[in-house]
Design a protein around this ligand. Sequence first.
Ligand SMILES: [Zn+2]
Ligand SMILES: [Zn+2]
Length: 643
Amino acid sequence: MINVTLPDGSKREYADGASPLDVAESISKSLAKKALAARVNGELRDLTRPLEGDSDVAIITDKDADGLELIRHDAAHVLAQAVQALYPDTQVTIGPVIDDGFYYDFARKVPFSTDDFEKIEAKMREIVDADYPILREVWEKDAAIAEFKRIGEDYKAQIIDDIIPPGEAITVYRQGDWFDLCRGPHLPSTGKLPKAFKLMKMAGAYWRGDSKNEMLQRMYGTAWANEKDLKDHLHRLEEAEKRDHRKLGRQMDLFHMQEEGKGMVFWHEKGLTLWRVIEAYVRRRLTEAGYVEVRTPQVLDRKFWEQSGHWDKYRENMFVCETEEEETLSLKPMNCPGHVQIFKFGQKSYRDLPLRMAEFGACHRYEPSGALHGLMRVRAFTQDDAHIFCREDQIEEETAAFIKLASSIHEDFGLVRDHISLGTRPALRAGSEEFWDKAEAQMLNAARAAGVEPVVAEGDGAFYAPKLDFQLKDAIGRSWTCGTIQLDYVLPERLGAEYTGEDGQKHRPVMLHRAILGSLERFIGVLIENYAGSFPMWLSPVQVVVAAITDGAAEYAEEAAAELRKAGLRVEVDTRNETINYKVREHSLQKVPVIAVVGAREAEGRKLALRRLGSNGQEIVSLDDAIVNLAHEALPPDLKRAR
Ligand SMILES: [Zn+2]
Ligand SMILES: [Zn+2]
C-alpha cells in the first residue's frame, strides 16, 4: 500500500505501483482529463510514472505555472519532430523553454525561413491530432550515444558524452517514431498539447554559444494553455511594437544611436530635456531625504581597479586604454570604489553616519554588441547611484527608508509596483551561514517595516550579500526591474573604510548600494514605452505649442508663448504657413500634450483655444487663466505636493 498526501492535507491509500494518474482519477474524472503532470515530493514527474512509496502528490494542470512550462517544453519537442519529418536533413541540438515560449536550435545546411512556418505549424498540429503517447525510457549512456550516432544525431551524441558522467543512465522521451534526449517530465501524450502555439522568428545561434563553433538555426515559438492566452500575448507584442522606444525616440526626436557608437546614445535637445527634468526631480527627492551629491573621476588607473577587485573579477567588461606614459587606465564600470575614496578622505566618526552619498554616475561597460538593445541595454549609461555608509544597527532603518523613497518616486513616474523580491543566499557565496541568516533577516525586517512583504527569490542574492529588487509593471503589463538595494560588508573592508565609534575604537561601516531608476538611459526607455510617448505634462519635453491659424495671429502667438514660458512652461511657437489641421497632426505625432490654437478672435480677446492630445474638442480660456492652470498642471509631483 502507498499512502498519498494531497496538497489540502488529506490522505488516501493506493495499491503498490499506482501512478499520479491513478491519484487524479480517484479524485475526479475531470481532474484526470486536465492533468498534465504531477509534483511528487516536490519533484515534477510524468503522470504515469509509478510512485515509489508514500508520497506528497500535487496534480499539475494548465492553471499552474509548472503546467505552462510543460506545455512549452512539449511544444519544443513537437516542433523538432515536425521539422525532422518535413526536413530529414536536419539535426536536432537543444530546445529549452524561455519566457512566453521556447526555441529549438537546428543544424541544417539549407537556411530555414519564416515562410516555412505555416507548413511546420500544420505538421505540429498533425502530431497533436495523432495523440502519440509520450513515453519515458531509461538508457545506458554508451547505448544512447551509439543510437544517436547511428541515426545521424551527432550533436545529441556529443551532449550526452559531455554532460553525463560515465556509467550514469539517461532518459529518452519517445513520441511516435521520434525520440529525444530529455530529462522530462512531459505531458502524457501529444494530444494534450493545446494548439495555442505559434512560431515567431528565426535567429542564428552558435553551437554551445561559442562563436568558434558552427552556426545553428534557432527557431522561436510561443505556446499557451489556450487560444485566448495566445491571442492576448500576440496583442501585447503588437502593443509593445507600437510602443517601441527606438521607434518613438526617432519619431519624437528624442535621441538616436549609430554604428560608430554601439550602445551609446546621442541625446537630442528634446531627449536631454526629458533627462534633465528627471535628474532635477530625483536630485530634489534625494536632497530632501538627506543625501549628499558627489562626482568621481571617469577614468582611473589600473592599480585602483586592482585594489577594488574589479580588475580581477570584472576586467572583461571594462574599457581599457593606455597612455604614452605607459599608464593603463580604465573607464569606470561602477561608482562604488570612488565613493569609498571620498568616505575615507578625512576622519569619520559615528556621528557622520549614516552618510548617504549620491552620484549621477556615468559608467561604461563593455557588452557584446549582440546583447545591446536600444536604451534598454547600452555600453555607456548614467546610474542614479548612491551608497549609504552606515553602522550595522542602522541597516534596517536605512533600508526601510530607502524602500519608501523608491516606492514614492516610482509612483510619481506613474509606474505601478508588482512586487519587491528578496534575493537570498546563492549556491556560490562568501560568508558563514550565521552571516546570511542575519543579513537576510535584516532585509526582510526592513521591507516589513516599510509595509512590504517581499517575494523570496531563492538563491538570487549577490555573491556577498542579499538584495532587494523592485519589479514594476508598465501600462501593458510587462514587468521591469527598476531599483535595487544591496548590502555589502566586503568593499569597505577591501578598501579600508573606517570610522571612529562611540567607544573611541575604529570600526568598519557597512555599505548599502542602491539605485532607484537603475540607469537613466534604460529608465527613459521604460517611460517611453509605458506612456507610448504621451508623457504626463511634467515630463513632456515640449509642454505647449502655440499654433497660429493666420499670419495676423503670429504676433499674439509669440506674445502668449513668452508669457507661458515666463510661468516656467516649455513652449514652442508654430507660425508656419500650414493649415491648422496639418499643424495639430504634426504636433500630435510629437506627442505634445497641449496645443494652443490662436486666430484673430483669440488675439483680440487675449484667449487661447486649448486642444489636448488624443481629444478632438477644444476649450477656450483666457490667457491669464491658461497660464495659471497649465503652470500648475506642469509642476513635477513633488513640487505640486509642496504647494
Ligand atoms: Zn525535452
Ligand atoms: Zn555600488
